[in-house]
Design a protein around this ligand. Structure first.
Ligand code: NDP
Length: 248
């Protein structure tokens, strides 16, 4: 089955990597369910792909009922779910001594529980189909830790652990798993940083000669996602780290 025959659900499709993947897959003829909290952004994507088959859902990945409604709505519209792409995430970085308990909770809820909610709802359908593919987004910070990123990294290590467990539980049921782990990508992710000093520091660093160029475009990560979706049925890319060539 090629991309044009596949039904793909994207959680966190309203901006950045999720939106870029939505546009690319739409151009390749996939049937898409796009979910996020900002419905207006999803409507724009649908409008800019007038010939594509796209259903949009206002959904908060922290709410199990919202996520279930996306999967149920997809099955009602398209009859199946071939791919779930968990792209929703936030990155409010802060040193641990800032004791940003609300940020820790939000990151755990969105970056970790959001992924679990997606898996929980899609897996039942995929097991009935005896086929499916779940793609979740970790980060290079799911492999290494930098000062300020401890809590965020913790959530991205968790995504890898969850996906590894999922693979071990479900490979016999013809369900593929992929972890996408991007390095620096130009998106709205920095907007989720609340600590102004941290945000300004990162923005300054991005202004240094060459730094802006070093970050990838969301479209380039979308190409990687399309590649893993398009692999033959007997082949699963389980992990993919995608750094800008100039990133350490
Ligand atoms: P963006 O901020 O551009 O996109 C984040 C997406 O997540 C938006 O569509 C947003 O939609 C959605 N989202 C956030 N919270 C929720 C929620 N509660 N419910 C539903 N959707 C939600 O950032 P990116 O595209 O960069 O981020 C995508 C993923 O990539 C994240 O998991 C991020 O951690 C990861 N990543 C990004 C890197 C980068 O450099 N950009 C590097 C490594 C990993 P809305 O607000 O409308 O709900």
């Amino acid at each position: 089955m090629s991309i044009q025959d596949k039904v793909v659900v994207i959680m966190g499709a309203s901006s950045g990597i999720g939106a870029a993947t939505a546009n690319l897959l739409a151009s390749k003829g996939a049937k898409l369910s796009l979910a996020a909290r900002r419905l207006d952004r999803l409507e724009e994507i649908k409008k800019s792909n007038p010939t594509a088959q796209i259903k949009i859902f206002k959904a908060d990945v922290t709410k199990a009922n919202d996520v279930q409604a996306v999967i149920d709505g997809t099955v009602a519209e398209f009859g199946r779910v071939d791919v779930l792409f968990n792209s929703a995430g936030i990155m409010p970085v802060n040193n641990l001594d800032q004791v940003a308990r609300d940020e820790w909770q939000q990151m755990l809820d969105i970056n970790v529980k959001g992924v679990l909610n997606g898996i929980a709802s899609a897996l039942l359908v995929m097991k009935q189909q005896n086929s499916g593919h779940i793609i979740s987004t970790s980060s290079v910070l799911g492999y290494e830790v930098l000062p300020g990123y401890a809590a965020y990294s913790g959530t991205k290590y968790a995504v890898r652990a969850i996906m590894k467990g999922l693979r071990q539980e479900e490979y016999g049921n013809n369900i593929k798993t992929t972890v996408i782990a991007p390095g620096s990508v130009k998106t709205e992710l920095f907007n989720s940083i609340n600590n102004e000093a941290v945000k300004e520091g990162l923005e300054e660093a991005m202004k240094q000669p060459g730094a802006e160029m070093a970050a990838l475009d969301a479209d380039e990560i979308a190409q990687a996602v399309a590649f893993v979706i398009d692999t033959p049925a007997n082949m699963a890319v389980n992990e993919m780290i995608i750094r800008p060539t100039g990133q350490t």
